[in-house]
Design a protein around this ligand. Structure first.
Ligand code: HEM
Length: 378
């Protein structure tokens, strides 16, 4: 069994085969207790772009899951003018210039250490490296000192590990646990907001005109979206390149990096499912849906349906970037995600050829990934 399949089954032993099996029946299938499952890329993009009929705030939507823990203004649980306005205010944090500066401040030193460790032949656990890096980036982004890096990761997983496909809402005990985990991060961020120093991101958010509630909501949104996705993806990218012989090919032709990164995103899909609620009666493909229905966009099936890992095969337009979403909620952090991916991959390639000396799949996590991926030069 290949490692990608092992990772999926370790995370979701029942849900993964179920979702992939449904995708093979038809592009859109109504499944009792789960919702209307969409497994076709073009239809998925239609749903994501159609805000008149589909929302992130109705029954069974992400708002049902997140709002009790993170509050009402976290982008991912907003719609309409308020959502567009908050995105506009935050967009300055993700310009190419801001992202390059942020990565230079936070990633240069740990990536230099990674290169040195690999160059001297030391075994390195890439999961730990990436966990520390993305935690530190989020801390810098939300104005916490780097000692909070571990806490950023822990808060993100404490919340996401409670989510299951067949569980549209969290229990009161889970809400309490999630709030406690997030409070570790939002308390210092609230302090930074109150002080208002524009050198800290909450201070800058205040300067940009965000209310305290919006700024703390943004902190929560970044923690939820910007940590586990990359801790899942980057080690899987390296493992996939190693297992398919592409690590050495890429080291010899680094201009292929963007094709390889995009193709590995298609195969790994670090955002395997997106949820929507039907706001007004309509249809998805041939299936009629009614207001209040839950829609499960199985990005994993839509993307993986296009075959095995092959960076030489261009992506059909319907599939392109689907793993970052589509429409008004398209991933705000994509430029930052790419910068972090390139930083780690660049350091790894500098030491090619590499071998994987140990690996273990993470169990019972929301986003499949490695618990450990140890690589060494040679
Ligand atoms: C490989 C890494 C990543 C993937 C695959 C990914 C994927 C996604 C997807 C699919 C969505 C849309 C979800 C939906 O419409 O239901 C999204 C939204 C979002 N992402 Fe990312 N993401 C990644 C990394 C990041 C990073 C590093 C950040 C920055 C901290 C970030 C910030 C956000 C935010 C703030 C939203 C909410 C946007 C909104 O609702 O308007 N993401 N992401």
């Amino acid at each position: 069994m290949n490692w990608e399949l092992r990772l999926q089954l370790a995370a979701h032993p029942l849900a993964y085969p179920l979702v992939r099996g449904i995708g093979r029946i038809a592009p859109v299938v109504r499944v009792p207790k789960v919702g209307v499952v969409v497994s076709d890329a073009a239809l998925a993009k239609e749903v994501l772009a159609d805000t008149a009929h589909f929302t992130k705030t109705g029954p069974g939507s992400p708002a049902d899951l997140w709002t009790p823990v993170v509050g009402p203004t976290v982008l991912l649980n907003m719609e309409g003018a308020a959502h567009a306005e908050l995105r506009r205010k935050l967009s300055g944090l993700f310009t190419p210039r801001s992202v390059t500066d942020l990565c230079a401040r936070v990633a240069d030193e740990p990536m230099r250490r990674l290169r040195d460790d690999l160059a001297t032949g030391r075994p390195v656990d890439l999961v730990t490296v990436v966990r520390d890096l993305v935690g530190a980036v989020i801390c810098e982004l939300v104005g916490l000192d780097a000692t909070g890096a571990g806490r950023a990761w822990a808060a993100g997983t404490a919340i996401t590990s409670m989510i299951r496909l067949g569980r549209p809402r969290l229990t009161p005990a889970q809400v309490r646990r999630g709030k406690a985990a997030l409070g570790e991060l939002t308390r210092p961020a609230a302090k930074a907001y109150a002080v208002g120093d524009p050198a800290t991101v909450p201070g800058r958010m205040r300067e940009l005109g965000l209310t305290e509630e919006e700024a703390l909501g943004a902190v929560a949104a970044f923690v939820l979206t910007g940590t586990e996705t990359l801790v899942s993806y980057i080690p899987r990218l390296v493992a996939l390149l190693h297992d398919t012989g592409w690590l050495d090919r890429l080291a010899a032709a680094p201009d292929r990096m963007d094709d390889v990164v995009a193709e590995a995103l298609r195969v790994t899909v670090p955002s395997p499912v997106m949820l929507r609620s039907v706001a007004a009666d309509t249809g998805i493909g041939r299936v009629a849906v009614r207001a209040g229905d839950r829609v499960v966009i199985a990005t994993i099936s839509a993307a993986r349906g296009h075959g095995a890992f092959d960076p030489d095969r261009p992506h059909p337009p319907a599939v392109r970037q689907l793993w970052f979403g589509a429409g008004p909620h398209f991933c705000l952090g994509m430029p930052l995600a790419y910068a972090e991916i390139r930083a780690v991959l660049g350091a790894v390639l500098s030491a090619a050829p590499l071998s994987v000396v140990a690996r273990r799949a993470a169990v019972r996590v929301l986003i499949p990934g490695y618990e450990r991926l140890v690589v060494r030069r040679g």
